[in-house]
Design a protein around this ligand. Structure first.
Ligand code: MGD
Ligand code: MGD
Ligand code: SF4
Ligand code: MO
Length: 665
C-alpha cells in the first residue's frame, strides 16, 4: 500500500507500506513524489518502534495522583469524553469561552488533522485563538510582505544552479533530499556557500563558510545589499520592472558597510567580500534560506533582507536562480473548509508565550487547555514558566497524544491519538511542491482515535453540531480537496499519478511561470505593512544583549534523530551540549564533563561535547529534547527567553544567552 509522510519536514516523502493482518511490517520510500527519490530518513523507516513501542498511549487516561505525578488510571472513551465535555462546558458557563485555549502546532502538517473539525469545535465554543508562532511566523510574514508567498526556486531545480547558498539551513538533518541535488549541482561545477554559526556537514566541503554569530543575519544581508547597490551590481532593469520600494531598501542598508557588518557578525570582512564577489559573478545563483535565521529578535527583518538580495541582484528568471524559503504558498487549499463555521474574533494568545499566558494572562484567565499535535513542555520557550503554568491546580488540561510525552504527563485527561498510518490524511510538502492523499494503511493501535473523530464527537456531546457539517472523513477530505475550486482536476491527478501538483506545476520558475502574489504582482522590498509592525521600522537592527555574565549564545538546531520533539522517546540520553574548543578550554571543560548552563531564566545540567565545528561564543543543544535527555530534566527551552521576534510574534529560540561551568564532580 502507499502512503506519504505528513510530519513537519519540508520533504513530504511518498511511502510504500508493507502490512500483514493490519500490522505494519516495514516502510520505505517510493518514487511517486519524484523529489524524494525513493529514500526516506531513518526516523520514519523505524516508525514501528514509535507506533508499537512501550510509550504508546493505548487508552484514555485520567489523572489519579497529584498534578505532574504521572499517575493515571485507565478510562473508557465514554467516561473520558464525558469528563472533557462536562468540564469544558462548566468552565465555559462559569468563565466564558475565552477561558478555553486550544494548543496545537506541528504534530503533522496534514489538512485533516489540524484546522478543520478542531477549528469547528473551538470556534463554536467561543474559545480563545492561538497565534501559531513556534515556527515560520517571522519568515512567513517576511515572505508574504515581500513576495506574497510566491513559491521560490523548486528544490529539484537546484541542479541547474551554479552557486548555492545555504543560509541558516542544514539539509543534512532537516531536509535530506536536497543533499543529493546539491551534490549533483556541484558535480556540474556549482559552488557552495554556507552561512551558519556551525560548520554543518555540507560546510566542510563548501567553497566558503561564513560562521556568523547567531542573530546577526540582518546586518550581514544589508551589507551585501549595500555593496550590490554601491558597486554597480544592482540590476536596475529587474528592479524597475518587477519591484517597488527598492530605493527605501537601499537607504536603510546604506549604513552597513561590509566591515561594519563583519564586525557585528564576528567574522573576517574578507569572507563577506569573497561572498559578494562570488554572488555577483555567478549565475544562476540561489539562496536557500532556512529557519535558523528567523529565531531571533531581528529574525523577521533578517529573513526579509536575505529574500531581498536576489531581487537587488536580479537573479530570477533562470532555472536555479532566486531564493527558496517555504514553498507552502504554492497551495491555496483551506483546511478550515471542513469547519463549516467562520472564524471568531475572540482573544488571541501567542503560543510562544504560553507560560506567561497561563500565569499572568492579559484578558480572561485560562482555565482549560486542550493540547493536540504539540508537545509544549519540550518545544515552547521559557520552559520553567510553562511547567509552572501547567502545574496550576485550577487549570484543566486535556492532551491528545500518541505517546507519553513530557506534556502528556502534566495532563488531567489524556486521549490516545492515531498516527498517520492509522488515519486518513491529506498533506503537502513545504520544500518539494507536491500534495498527497493518503488513506489509513494499518489498523489502529489500542483505542487510538484520529483528531477529526475526537473533535466531531466532542461537538456532538456539547451540542455544537449543525446541519450541513461534514462529519464523515470522505466529506472532510472532499471539503479540503475542493476548497480552491480545482478539486475535480486534482482528484483526477491523484488517481493518475498518486500525487497532485498546483496549477503552476511542480517546478514553477519565479518571475516567469509565477509572480509575486502581491496586488501589483511586484516584489515589495520595504512593504509598509511590515514596516508598521516594527518599532523603528523594517530592517532595524537591535542586537540581543550579550552581557559579561552570559556571554555565550545557545542555539538549538534540528537533530537528525527527531522531528522537533517527535520520536524523542526513542532517543537514548543523555544528549550533550556542544561547545567550541576555545570556550571549553577557558572553562576547563572536556568531552564527557558534566556542566551547568544557566541564565536568569533557568538552568540545564548536561554532559559536554567539545566540537571544533562550532564557532567560539556559541553552544548548541538540539531542539526537541525531552526531560530525560539532560541531567536535571530541563532542556534548551529552559534558557530561551519568551520575547518575540520583530515580525509575526515568532519565538526567539536562538536568543538564549548563557554561561556554562563545570558541575562539581
Ligand atoms: N530531522 C529533522 N528534520 C526537520 C526537523 C527536525 O527537528 N528534525 N524540523 C523540521 C522543522 S519544524 C523545521 S522548522 C525545519 C528547520 O530546519 P532548518 O532550517 O535547517 O533549521 P534549524 O535546524 O533550526 O537551523 C538551521 C541552521 O541554522 C543555524 N543557525 C542558528 N542560528 C542562526 C543564525 O542566527 N543565523 C544563521 N545564519 N544560522 C543560524 C544552525 O546552526 C543550523 O545549522 O526542519 C524540519 N525538518
Ligand atoms: N529550543 C528550541 N525549541 C524549538 C525549536 C528550536 O529551534 N529551538 N523549534 C521549534 C519548531 S521549528 C517547531 S516547528 C516546534 C514544534 O513543536 P511541536 O508542535 O510541539 O512539535 P513536536 O515536538 O513534533 O510535537 C508534536 C506532537 O504531536 C503529536 N502528534 C503527531 N500527530 C498527531 C495527531 O495526528 N494527533 C495528535 N493529537 N497528536 C499528534 C506527536 O506525537 C508529538 O508529540 O518546536 C519548536 N521548538
Ligand atoms: S520526516 Fe522528512 S525525510 Fe523523513 S520520511 Fe518524513 S518527509 Fe521524508
Ligand atoms: Mo518548525
Amino acid at each position: 500500500m502507499t502512503s506519504a509522510c505528513p510530519l513537519d519536514c519540508p520533504d513530504a516523502c511518498s511511502l510504500d507500506v508493507q502490512v500483514e493482518d493490519g500490522r505494519l511490517v516495514s516502510l520505505q520510500g517510493n518514487h511517486k513524489n519524484p523529489f524524494t527519490q525513493g529514500f526516506i530518513c531513518g526516523k520514519v523507516r523505524d516508525i514501528r518502534e514509535h507506533i508499537e513501542g512501550p510509550d504508546r498511549i493505548l487508552t484514555p487516561l485520567v489523572r489519579s495522583g497529584p498534578k505532574g505525578s504521572g499517575q493515571f488510571r485507565r478510562a473508557g472513551w465514554d467516561e473520558a469524553l464525558d469528563i472533557v465535555a462536562n468540564t469544558l462546558g462548566g468552565i465555559r458557563h462559569a468563565h466564558g469561552g475565552e477561558s478555553i485555549l486550544p494548543f496545537c502546532y506541528g504534530g503533522s502538517n496534514g489538512y485533516l488533522t489540524q484546522g478543520g473539525v478542531d477549528a469547528r469545535f473551538f470556534r463554536r465554543l467561543g474559545a480563545s485563538r492561538l497565534l501559531r508562532t513556534f515556527c515560520a511566523a517571522p519568515s512567513g510574514r517576511a515572505a508574504t510582505g515581500l513576495y506574497g508567498r510566491m513559491p521560490g526556486v523548486a528544490l529539484p531545480d537546484f541542479v541547474h544552479s551554479k552557486l548555492i547558498v545555504l543560509w541558516g539551513m542544514n539539509p543534512s538533518s532537516s531536509g535530506i533530499h536536497l543533499v543529493p541535488i546539491i551534490k549533483e549541482a556541484r558535480e556540474n561545477g556549482a559552488k557552495l556557500v554556507v552561512v551558519d554559526p556551525r560548520r554543518i556537514p555540507l560546510a566542510r566541503s563548501a567553497d566558503l563558510h561564513l560562521p556568523i554569530r547567531p542573530g546577526t543575519d540582518l546586518p550581514v544581508a544589508l551589507a551585501i545589499i549595500r555593496t550590490l547597490f554601491e558597486e554597480g551590481h544592482a540590476n536596475w532593469d529587474f528592479l524597475g520592472k518587477h519591484t517597488v520600494e527598492h530605493e527605501e531598501l537601499r537607504r536603510r542598508a546604506a549604513a552597513w558597510t561590509l566591515e561594519r557588518a563583519a564586525g557585528v557578525a564576528g567574522i573576517n570582512a574578507g569572507l563577506l567580500r569573497e561572498f559578494v564577489d562570488l554572488y555577483v559573478a555567478t549565475n544562476p545563483a540561489v539562496i536557500r534560506c532556512g529557519w535558523g535565521v528567523e529565531r531571533s529578535r531581528t529574525g523577521g527583518s533578517g529573513t526579509a533582507a536575505i529574500l531581498a538580495i536576489p531581487s537587488v541582484a536580479g537573479k530570477f528568471g533562470v532555472r536555479g536562480g532566486g531564493y527558496t524559503m517555504s514553498n507552502s504558498g504554492a497551495w491555496k487549499l483551506d483546511a478550515a473548509a471542513q469547519a463549516n463555521e467562520p472564524e471568531t474574533r475572540t482573544r488571541e494568545v501567542n503560543m510562544s508565550q504560553i507560560g506567561e499566558a497561563l500565569l499572568n494572562p492579559q484578558g480572561p484567565r485560562i482555565h482549560a487547555l486542550f493540547v493536540y499535535n504539540a508537545n509544549p513542555l519540550a518545544t515552547a520557550p521559557a520552559q520553567e514558566k510553562v511547567r509552572q503554568g501547567f502545574l496550576r491546580e485550577d487549570l484543566f488540561t486535556v492532551v491528545h497524544e500518541q505517546v507519553m510525552t513530557d506534556t502528556a504527563k502534566l495532563a488531567d485527561v489524556i486521549l490516545p491519538a492515531t498516527t498517520f498510518l492509522e488515519h486518513d490524511e491529506i498533506s503537502r510538502g513545504y520544500g518539494g511542491i507536491v500534495l498527497h492523499d493518503s488513506p489509513a494503511t494499518i489498523a489502529r493501535i489500542g483505542e487510538a482515535r484520529p483528531n477529526y473523530e475526537v473533535f466531531a464527537e466532542l461537538c456532538r456531546r456539547m451540542d455544537l453540531t449543525k446541519p450541513g457539517d461534514p462529519l464523515d472523513v470522505r466529506d472532510l477530505r472532499h471539503a479540503v480537496l475542493h476548497s480552491d475550486g480545482h478539486g475535480g482536476a486534482r482528484e483526477a491527478q491523484l488517481r493518475e499519478l498518486g500525487v497532485a501538483y498546483p496549477s503552476v506545476g511542480p517546478n514553477p520558475l519565479p518571475f516567469v511561470d509565477s509572480f509575486p502574489l502581491t496586488p501589483d504582482r511586484k516584489a515589495h522590498l520595504c512593504p509598509p505593512a511590515l514596516d508598521a509592525e516594527i518599532p523603528g521600522g523594517l530592517y532595524t537592527y537591535a542586537p540581543v544583549a550579550e552581557t559579561p555574565r552570559y556571554p555565550l549564545a545557545l542555539i538549538s538546531p534540528a537533530s537528525s534523530q527527531t522531528i522537533s520533539s517527535t520520536f524523542g522517546q526513542l532517543v537514548k540520553g543523555p544528549v550533550p551540549v556542544e561547545i567550541s574548543p576555545t570556550d571549553a578550554a577557558t572553562r576547563k571543560l572536556r568531552t564527557g564533563s558534566r556542566a551547568r548552563l544557566f541564565n536568569d531564566h533557568g538552568e540545564v545540567q548536561a554532559t559536554v561535547e567539545v566540537n571544533p565545528e562550532i564557532r567560539e561564543g556559541v553552544l548548541a543543544l538540539p531542539k526537541g529534547l525531552w526531560a530525560k535527555h539532560t541531567l536535571n530534566g530541563r532542556t534548551a527551552n529552559a534558557l530561551v527567553p519568551d520575547h518575540v521576534a520583530d515580525l509575526g510574534g515568532g519565538a526567539c529560540y536562538n536568543d538564549a544567552r548563557v554561561e556554562i561551568e563545570a558541575l562539581p564532580s
